[in-house]
Design a protein around this ligand. Sequence first.
Ligand code: NAD
Length: 307
Amino acid sequence: MKILICDTLNSKVLEELQSIGHCIDISSSDSKNQDLVSEINDAEIVVIRSSTQLTKEIIEKGNKIKIIARCGVGVDNIDVEYAKSKNIKVTNSPSANLTSVVELTVALIINAARKINLSDSHLKDGNWDRKEFIGIELSGKQLGIIGFGKAGRLVSDRMKSFGMSVAFYDPYIKDWEGLEKNLELDELLSSSDVISIHVIKTDETENLISKEKLDLLKKSAILINTSRGGVVDEDYLIEMLKSKQLFGAGLDVYSEEPPKNVDNFADINLITTPHIGASTNEAQLKAGLDSVENIKKILAGDSSVEI
Ligand code: NAD
């Protein structure tokens, strides 16, 4: 069985995959896109993380594919509908990255609240002008979570330990009986001090936080997006930070990756990371091992792990 590995995997995961079949690893190839097109032709299992795009055009070149395994949660880089129409089983590892992305989210919130990136560069440039770095306390403030699923709830749990109260917007959660306030989007945006986005990427969440919605934010607010690019109008967000219409922001994901407009990121309270939410040793190992287990289950006829 030929297993095509398109993105970098932990060595333990590679060993496990080698016990299932013959692995071809194109993850570090300089001509990865061409290799993908040529190697997918007779691959039976294709293993990817977030960097590889399995479009309809690519998938249709794989005449023998039985399984596509995504090590991680988002499957927006796979044409799942088309894969399913070709009877290809698609599987992911939805929980493996959670702790890592949640911890990054907390780091971005704290960084933005205390302008840590700006003050770090300031000091390393030989300066000591402390009045430029007046921050905000999180204790006693409201955290507004957009998308109260697995990641959203874990961020909520962690930020409560900072003394924050929590509200959320999630139209798919009805009759909420927890302590967190279930608010409509506009009310959440206008009443929260920190807003953190944890939705999945769908047609409905594309540009969910549009220019009009961003205008509802308090001038003193912080907005964080570690979910998926394109959910927030990023250009307008930058404009707001430049014109001091917003206190701070943190982004790990962008509508286009890598983002083109990075020159605009300088000298504003914007903490940016290059989509590293899942980039920890622990998350990558767990996502890979979960994927191996899923592949084994599917090969044994268990469809419970299919998307
Ligand atoms: P999840 O499915 O558990 O939660 C998503 C929540 O969003 C659900 O509760 C759902 O009801 C809600 N939702 C759906 N449509 C909505 C809408 N229109 N408005 C408001 N809420 C809506 O997903 P999760 O595991 O918590 O992951 C959340 C996001 O984090 C995903 O987009 C995932 O891709 C992303 N993620 C990013 C990284 C990274 O590297 N930055 C790593 C892991 C996960």
